[in-house]
Design a protein. Structure first.
Length: 231
């Protein structure tokens, strides 16, 4: 049975902001921060751990057992947005993790384009991590790889925001799913752009300092200090 339109969906479609949206934003902000802590490319990471579920563009995708804990937690949290309906909570949680995979795939495809081999992508308790053969050899390569993930998340947020209104007319809870995921993908993009390692924004800082100074080590030191200041 379809759920009645909730205040969050009505607010999204009508241009108003309800208290439920603030509650949802706080929840997605927490999950977005938590998951963004793991989203990175690591050249010395071990090749995929856990269960291999598929390959994307020739890159093996693994799911670590710890991911199941976060899946259950996210399902419970998101179910609250749908009057305790676990089906929509589970759907939102799965699409959340698909968003994380696409974020990592953005990094990985850019790495492949630059001639860097990607060993695997792994989903685990704190998000996603791509294991690569080596780091990009140039500042511009580093910048492009780092920016690719947040760019994918920002694009997903935009497309999902466009889908809120039409989906709400088809099935109101689907509009809420799109709204939550649009918020979360925007938050993933913004958190990952914070200028400190190990986030993508830290890689961008490293690349810019490297380009300006000619020293990769100076770029790493600067981005590391920025990360320490961010906590």
């Amino acid at each position: 049975m379809a759920l009645a339109p909730s205040p969050a969906t009505a607010a999204a479609c009508g241009g108003c902001i309800s208290p439920q949206i603030f509650s949802c934003a706080a929840m997605t902000a927490f999950l977005g921060w938590w998951l963004s802590k793991g989203g990175k490319q690591v050249s010395n990471a071990p090749q995929g751990q856990g269960w291999k579920v598929m390959s994307l563009a020739g890159i093996p995708l693994y799911i670590h057992p710890s991911w199941l804990f976060v899946l259950v937690l996210a399902t419970v949290l998101f179910s609250q947005q749908f009057d305790g309906n676990p089906a929509y909570g589970f759907l939102t949680a799965l699409l959340l993790f698909l968003s994380v995979v696409l974020h990592e795939l953005g990094h990985s495809l850019m790495s492949l384009r630059l001639g860097v081999k990607v060993r695997s992508i792994t989903l685990f308790m704190l998000g996603g991590v791509a294991s690569v053969e080596r780091d990009p050899a140039t500042p511009m390569g580093t910048l492009l790889v780092a920016a690719a993930g947040p760019a994918v998340s920002a694009l997903l947020a935009f497309l999902l925001a466009l889908a809120v209104h039409p989906l709400s007319h088809i099935q109101p809870p689907l509009g809420e799913v799109a709204l939550v995921l649009a918020q979360l993908n925007l938050l993933l993009a913004l958190f990952n752009l914070l200028p400190g390692l190990p986030l993508d924004g830290g890689q961008i800082v490293k690349a810019l300092v490297w380009q300006a100074s000619g020293s990769r080590e100076k770029g790493v030191r600067t981005a590391t200090r920025c990360g320490q200041l961010l906590g």
